[in-house]
Design a protein around this ligand. Structure first.
Ligand SMILES: [Zn+2]
Ligand SMILES: [Zn+2]
Length: 392
């Protein structure tokens, strides 16, 4: 490790108490998508104190921000992505409180060696990852224009991995409108919207057998009637559909809609669709970035492997970022017991343990190292760009 790298890591070590405090504050104040006003303010304050110029998100995306270390030296430019939205009803069960603190930690390390860095560092505040597609809006607004590589780290209960094989994902609501009637006195006069929703579930479960292996479909009932003695006149489900193949998503959506139309016909209900205007893309891989991150993890004493193709796969709007600029979404293990899984209250609580906080500091150090190398090694950056073009 060279003196510049050592200096950056030492700065993060010194900052670790503050990073822990920030993660705790976010844990105690979970804010769901597009409501992350406190998180956005606290992160902006921390970054300003580190010497970054912080521009708040506009009216369109008020809980985003863009922090810039060195505007004068614009090339190359790397972006560290901060997420800080919580899960509906669960709090920080996806540990985005740690992602935010990791981003501030990495920003601290890079700020400490600002004079030795030829390029520019951005920290982009990305709201609404858990649905909402904050990064997709940021992409549209040009927030990633001029970025040469984008990096972040996501905590994981158990695995440190360089990539996750994220798959494409789209959300939709399906609403059925029937007719209310006395459920016992005159059921023949009613049309049951809840039955239409249930028949949709059944149809999709039958369809599932005949879809490509990588497809995922899951749902919850959002509205299902008001009282058991009234035929439900309105029922609504929230659905998520996923595939590793971006190009297959329109076909999948069409099949889902056909199932719902069939259910509407069976039950004599009307059906309405509200499909999210945005889609989370699958992740475009980048081998040189992954190898860089593996080496940097190793430097801070963390062993990281490539995704082994086993287990379930999620989705993230960093997939969309990866289609526009070279990007990587590694994870770091929080070394939690097997009973602690993602998107749970247990994982939110685990973020407050010494093991999780130690991982947070190491992740920040890894990101700072990766940032330094990307900014100072032309050959590496050229390789990253070449891999992006080839999509491998
Ligand atoms: Zn999540
Ligand atoms: Zn997450």
């Amino acid at each position: 490790m060279n003196p510049v790298e050592k200096k950056a890591l030492a700065a993060i070590e010194r900052k670790s108490g503050k990073l822990k405090a920030l993660s705790r504050k976010l844990y105690n104040n979970p804010e769901v998508m597009f409501q992350e006003f406190k998180a956005c303010r606290w992160l902006s304050q921390e970054l300003k104190a580190l010497g970054y110029k912080v521009k708040p998100g506009g009216r369109e995306l008020p809980t985003s921000f863009r922090a810039e270390l060195n505007k004068a030296a614009s090339k190359p430019t790397i972006a560290i992505l901060a997420e800080y939205d919580a899960l509906r009803g669960i709090g920080h069960g996806c540990a985005h409180n740690l992602i935010a603190a990791v981003a501030v930690g990495a920003a601290c390390g890079l700020a400490a060696v600002k004079k030795e860095l030829p390029g520019n560092v951005l920290v982009i505040g990305c709201p609404a990852e858990e649905g909402g597609g904050g990064k997709i809006q940021l992409l549209k607004a040009g927030a990633f224009n001029g970025v040469d590589a984008a990096l972040m780290v996501h905590p994981s209960s158990d695995r440190t991995m360089l990539d996750h094989g994220f798959i494409a994902c789209r959300g939709l609501d399906i609403t059925f409108i029937g007719k209310a009637a006395h459920a016992s006195g005159a059921p023949e006069k009613g049309r049951n919207a809840l039955n239409a929703l249930l028949e949709t579930f059944n149809a999709l479960n039958a369809l599932r057998q005949h879809l490509p292996q990588d497809v995922r479909m899951h749902w919850v009932v959002m509205e299902g009637g008001t009282a058991s003695n009234i035929v439900p006149e309105r029922a609504r489900g929230e659905f998520t559909i996923r595939s590793e193949n971006n190009a297959y998503m329109p076909t999948l959506l069409k099949k889902v809609k056909e199932c719902a139309r069939g259910a509407a016909m069976m039950t004599g209900c009307r059906v309405k669709f509200r499909v999210n205007s945005y889609m989370y893309s699958s992740m475009r891989p980048n081998r040189p970035l992954a190898e860089l991150v593996r080496d940097c993890f190793k430097q801070v004493g963390v062993k990281a492997g490539f995704w082994d193709g086993k287990g379930g796969r999620g989705s993230s709007d960093i997939g969309n970022v990866s289609q526009q600029v070279p990007a990587l979404h590694p994870s770091i293990s929080l070394r939690a017991p097997a009973s602690v899984t993602g998107h749970s209250r247990e994982l939110a609580d685990w973020t407050q343990t010494p093991r999780a906080e130690a991982a947070m500091v190491k992740a920040a150090q890894m990101l700072a190292l990766a940032g330094i190398r990307l900014l100072t090694d032309d050959k590496l950056m050229r390789g990253v760009k070449r891999a992006y073009k080839q999509g491998s």
